[in-house]
Design a protein around this ligand. Structure first.
Ligand code: HAM
Length: 426
């Protein structure tokens, strides 16, 4: 291979994060973390590699075809996790006897999916996960959405910039039953309906007939999809338990102050097979991007993977789409000023004393960035101004002779004179 053929790009769909990219990423992660803590969620994490055995147990949708799989040296089938939810279910099942429910946990895992890459869609992304396990009430759905909305506000994304479209799979099931579509066909119909608007109707018909669903059902589904509002739906199934639950969800959302961002949308189904109740997806108001976050209730996942019968609700909020949205809205991440002292010196003769000063300051608990080459003061302070350090000290021969250095605050430009002997005392 000639050097001309060598590519320095990361594998397709994967990303590198240079220090300037990390400013944006750290701001996002910190915002997510603060919002989760504000709502009382506890931080957890897990390994990136998961067993195929677990992922197969909850399979049944497109995501299963997108898994990065490999065999380890002992021939075990492993995968890079495509999402965190099965891992969370496994972790809870493992300690189910000792956990006290309900639990509220959050994490920011990196997930891998072999997808067709488009704007907002990569083959690797970080996904903030918020889950409440063991709370059967629709207040749990409203709470995870309220927490996500809080983080959007902290990122500078106002309520008019997005909408959370929601639906209820239980209500949809009531509707399907009212159109005489048998219950055992519901899961396949859900996944086919999720494709509506994303692939040609012909393709949906094909998917349905591959799942043994007759042509007549397809026409009923088209008829049902004409329901636009909750009022339309309630005129078809006025006494449906799913409808009553949806009303309760709206009341809970009002109590959390997020009812104004919610919009009922019968076409929101979600591509994952495990959801059982309220499902939701947040989109930018201009509808330029893919979903900002999505989630819902998944009451059977724990038992499906072999754990106990425990209800669960959660959402996943990726880093890619929200970053695109912030760019579209002209929102910059605030510059990260680190509480770091930059220490520089005029010539190699002051390198030793500068190193001793830096070492003493570090022992006192300061972050210190020590220059690795001598510089003229002008060049040093120019560099210091462009850095994100909070303070700077420049040490020249006169400072060593006088036994004092000036510590400059790079924001206020104030200078404090400190005796070198004082610093080195520690
Ligand atoms: P999901 O809808 O597949 O749900 O993903 C959640 C979010 O992750 C999406 O709305 C999007 O922001 C981001 N995301 C997903 N795939 C990609 C990708 N290829 N590139 C960039 N961003 C992506 C789940 O994964 C569920 N496990 C969420 C959940 C948690 N449900 C309950 N608890």
């Amino acid at each position: 291979m000639s050097s001309k053929d060598i590519s320095f790009a990361p594998p397709r769909g994967m990303r590198d994060f240079y220090p300037e990219d990390m400013i944006e990423r750290s701001f996002l992660f910190d915002t997510w973390k603060k919002s989760a803590l504000r709502f009382g969620f506890q931080h957890y994490d897990a390994c990136v590699v998961e067993t195929m055995d677990l992922l197969r147990r909850k399979a049944g949708e497109e995501i299963s075809d997108q898994i990065y799989t490999f065999k380890d040296k002992s021939d075990r089938d492993l995968a890079l996790r495509p999402e965190m939810t099965p891992t969370l279910a496994r972790m809870i099942a493992a300690k189910q006897g000792s956990l006290s429910f309900p639990i509220k946990w959050f994490s920011i895992p990196q997930c891998f999916r072999y997808e067709r890459t488009t704007r907002g869609r990569k083959r690797e992304h970080f996904q903030w996960n918020l889950d409440i396990v063991g709370d059967p009430s629709v207040y749990a759905e409203a709470e995870v959405i309220a927490c996500a909305a809080t983080s959007l506000a902290s990122l500078g994304i106002q309520k008019d910039a997005y909408r959370v479209r929601f639906n209820n799979r239980r209500l949809l099931a009531d509707l399907l039953s009212s159109y005489s579509i048998p219950e055992d066909q519901h899961p396949s119909v859900f996944l086919a309906l999720d494709k509506k608007g994303k692939v040609p109707d012909e393709k949906i018909r094909e998917i349905l007939s591959e799942n043994g669903i007759p042509e007549t059902t397809v026409f009923k589904i088209d008829e049902m999809a004409a329901c636009q509002s909750l009022d339309d739906v309630s005129s078809v199934v006025p006494t449906s338990p799913g409808l009553a639950e949806t009303d309760r969800f709206l009341d809970a959302a009002a109590a959390f102050g997020i009812d104004d961002v919610l919009e009922f949308d019968l076409s929101v189904i979600r591509g994952l097979a495990y959801y059982t109740g309220i499902v939701f997806e947040a989109f930018d108001s201009a509808r330029q991007l893919r979903a900002i976050f999505g989630g819902g209730r998944y009451d059977n996942l724990l038992s499906t993977i072999g754990g106990g019968d425990i209800t669960a609700v959660g959402l996943g909020f990726g880093d890619v789409v929200v970053s695109e949205l912030m760019r579209d809205l002209g929102i910059d991440s605030p510059p990260m000023t680190e509480d770091t002292i930059l220490v520089g010196y005029m010539s190699d003769e002051q390198r030793e004393v500068s190193t001793r000063i830096a070492t003493a300051l570090r022992r006192q608990g300061h972050n210190v960035c020590l220059a690795s080459k001598a510089q003229k003061p002008k060049a040093f302070f120019k560099g210091a101004g462009g850095s994100n350090c909070a303070k700077a000290a420049f040490i020249g021969p006169d400072d060593v002779d006088s036994g004092q250095i000036k510590l400059k605050n790079l924001t206020t430009r104030d200078e404090t004179v400190v005796a070198i002997s004082e610093i080195l005392k520690v």
